[in-house]
Ligand binder design. Structure first.
Ligand code: FAD
Length: 442
C-alpha cells in the first residue's frame, strides 16, 4: 500500500479523516473538494461580532475520536467544554418546559408513563421510534418523547425513523431489559465508575472549523479545493477520476474513496454501477435551514440560558433552537445572545425554500412565543442545507447492506460518511478512518 495513489472525493469530516489515515499508512491521497473551503457541513463564520456555526454546533460527550484527533493535531488548548448543567427545554402545550418537568404531560400522561416498568409485553424495537416509545410510555409521553428525539437529532419523522438503528442505545436497552425505564436506570448504574469520555458537549475556542483547518493543514497541497469531481469510471484495477482542468494521465488512481453524501456518491456511480447508484439513492435526507439571530439580552423576556429548546408538538413551526451564545464563551458580544433556530426537516421540507427574510421572521416569531423575544435582531444569518441529515429510517441497515453488496463488486472503491453508520461528526470521522484502514489492508 506504500505510495499507493488514492483519490478521496469530498473534504467533509469523513474525507479529511480518511485522507489523514491514508497518509499515516504511507499511501498518497489526493483530496477533491467541490466547495472553496474544506469541512462540508462544518463551517464556523465570524460575523458582526458573533461566531456562527452554519452546520454542527458541538461535538457530543462521547465524541472520543474527535477528541483524540484534536489532541493529536495540537488543538487541546483550544478545546472548550459547554457550560455544565445546560438545561434543555421543550415547547409544548403552549409554553416552554424544562425537560424533564411535570408540565410536559397531563396527569394522565404521567400516570401512564410511570406504569412503563409494569406494562406487559416487550415489543421489539425494530419498528419506528414513535411506535416503540408509544407502546412503552403511552400515547402522550411516548409521542412527545419520539417527536423531541426525532426533531432534535435527525430533523426527522418519528414515525419513519428506526428506534433501534437511529438510537442504538434504545435498541440495546430493549434487547436486554423488559422495561425501558429500568433498562435506562441499569445502564446508568453500569456506567458509574467507568471513565467518562467528556463531561458534555464541547467545541473549540474558534468553533468547529478549528478542527477542519488543522486537518486540512496536515494535508497541504494534497487537498484540492473548488475542484468538484465530475466523472468516475473503472480503469484497469483502479479508477479514472475526472475534474475540470485535469492534465492527461493525472486522473488515474489505484483506489477511490467517495466521502460524499449518499446522493452525491450515487451521481458519480450511475454510469458504471447503476445498481450501486440505486442503492445509494434510497437513503433519504432531511432539509434544514439554519437561522442565526443575534439579539440584545434586553430583548428577551426569558434568558436563553441552556442548551436550547425543541418544538415538542410542532406548534412553533420550527424544529428547535440552540443557545450557542450561552453554551460557549466568545459566541456573542457582551450583552447579546446568539440563538440558532433550525427550521424545516422531513415533516416541513418546503419551509427551507422560503426567502431569507421569511425564515428570519419565522424564527423571530417562534422565539417570540418561546422566549418573549421582542423587536428586530441585531444580527441575522441564514444557511440552507437542501439535504442536510441522512435519515436512519426503518430498514436503514438493509439499505446500507445493499450499498455494501453493490460496492463490493469494485474492490478499489470505498464509501464513507454520515450516510452509513451514524450521522454525527464523530461518526463521520470514525467512518473515514475505518474505511481508510480497510483500504490500506488491501
Ligand atoms: C444543520 C446541521 C446541524 C448538525 N449538528 C450537529 C451537531 O451539533 N453535532 C454533530 O456531531 N453532528 C451534527 N450534524 C451532522 C454532521 O455535521 C454531519 O453529518 C457530518 O459533518 C457529515 O460529514 P461527512 O464528511 O459525512 O459529509 P459532508 O460534511 O457532507 O462532506 C461531504 C463533502 O463532499 C463535497 N462534495 C460533494 N460532491 C462533490 C464532488 N462531486 N466532488 C468533490 N467534492 C464533493 C461537499 O462539498 C462536502 O464538502 C449536523 C448537520 C447539519 C446539517
Amino acid at each position: 500500500m506504500r505510495g499507493k495513489r488514492v483519490a478521496v472525493v469530498g473534504a467533509g469530516a469523513a474525507g479529511l479523516s480518511a485522507a489523514l489515515a491514508l497518509r499515516e499508512g504511507g499511501a498518497e491521497p489526493v483530496v477533491f473538494e467541490a466547495a472553496e473551503k474544506p469541512g462540508g457541513k462544518i463551517g464556523t463564520v465570524p460575523e458582526g461580532g458573533f461566531l456562527a456555526e452554519d452546520g454542527p454546533t458541538a461535538l457530543m460527550a462521547g465524541a472520543s475520536t474527535a477528541h483524540g484527533l484534536a489532541a493529536k493535531l495540537g488543538l487541546a488548548p483550544e478545546i472548550r467544554d459547554a457550560r455544565a448543567r445546560a438545561a434543555r427545554y421543550v415547547f409544548t402545550r403552549g409554553r416552554l418546559h424544562a425537560a424533564p418537568s411535570l408540565g410536559l404531560f397531563s396527569a394522565g400522561g404521567w400516570a401512564r408513563a410511570a406504569l412503563e416498568p409494569f406494562w406487559p409485553g416487550r415489543p421489539g424495537p425494530d419498528g419506528s421510534l414513535h411506535d416503540y416509545l408509544v407502546s412503552r410510555l403511552g400515547r402522550q409521553a411516548g409521542a412527545l418523547a419520539a417527536g423531541v428525539m426525532a426533531r432534535g437529532v435527525y430533523a426527522g419523522d418519528p414515525e419513519r425513523l428506526s428506534a433501534q438503528e437511529a438510537f442504538p442505545s434504545l435498541g440495546a436497552i430493549s434487547r436486554d431489559h423488559r422495561s425501558l425505564l429500568l433498562g435506562a436506570l441499569a445502564a446508568g448504574r453500569a456506567s458509574r465508575g467507568k471513565p467518562k469520555p467528556r463531561p458534555g458537549l464541547w467545541s473549540f475556542a474558534g468553533g468547529l472549523s478549528a478542527l477542519v483547518r488543522a486537518m486540512a493543514g496536515r494535508l497541504g497541497e494534497r487537498l484540492r479545493l473548488a475542484t468538484p469531481v465530475v466523472s468516475l469510471a473503472p480503469e484497469g484495477a483502479g479508477f479514472r477520476v475526472g475534474w475540470d482542468g485535469a492534465a492527461p494521465g493525472e486522473g488515474s488512481f489505484e483506489s477511490v474513496i467517495l466521502a460524499l453524501p449518499a446522493f452525491a456518491a450515487a451521481n458519480l456511480c450511475r454510469g458504471f454501477a447503476p445498481g450501486l447508484a440505486g442503492a445509494l439513492g434510497a437513503i433519504p435526507y432531511a432539509p434544514v435551514a439554519v437561522v442565526h439571530l443575534g439579539v440584545k439580552d434586553s430583548q428577551l423576556a426569558r434568558p436563553a440560558a441552556g442548551f436550547g429548546l425543541i418544538d415538542g408538538d410542532g406548534t412553533l413551526g420550527m424544529l428547535g433552537a440552540l443557545f450557542p451564545g450561552w453554551l460557549f464563551p466568545g459566541r456573542a458580544p457582551e450583552g447579546c445572545a446568539l440563538l440558532t433556530a433550525m427550521v424545516g426537516g422531513v415533516r416541513r421540507p418546503q419551509v427551507v425554500d422560503a426567502s431569507d427574510a421569511g425564515l428570519v421572521e419565522l424564527a423571530r416569531a417562534a422565539l417570540g412565543r418561546a422566549l418573549g423575544l421582542a423587536g428586530d435582531p441585531v444580527f441575522t444569518r441564514v444557511v440552507r442545507h437542501a439535504r442536510a441529515i441522512p435519515q436512519i429510517e426503518v430498514g436503514h441497515a438493509a439499505r446500507v447492506k445493499a450499498v455494501e453488496k453493490e460496492a463490493a463488486r469494485f474492490p478499489s472503491l470505498a464509501l464513507c460518511g454520515a450516510a452509513y453508520h451514524g450521522v454525527s461528526v464523530d461518526s463521520a470521522l470514525i467512518d473515514g478512518g475505518v474505511t481508510a484502514a480497510r483500504l490500506l489492508k488491501g
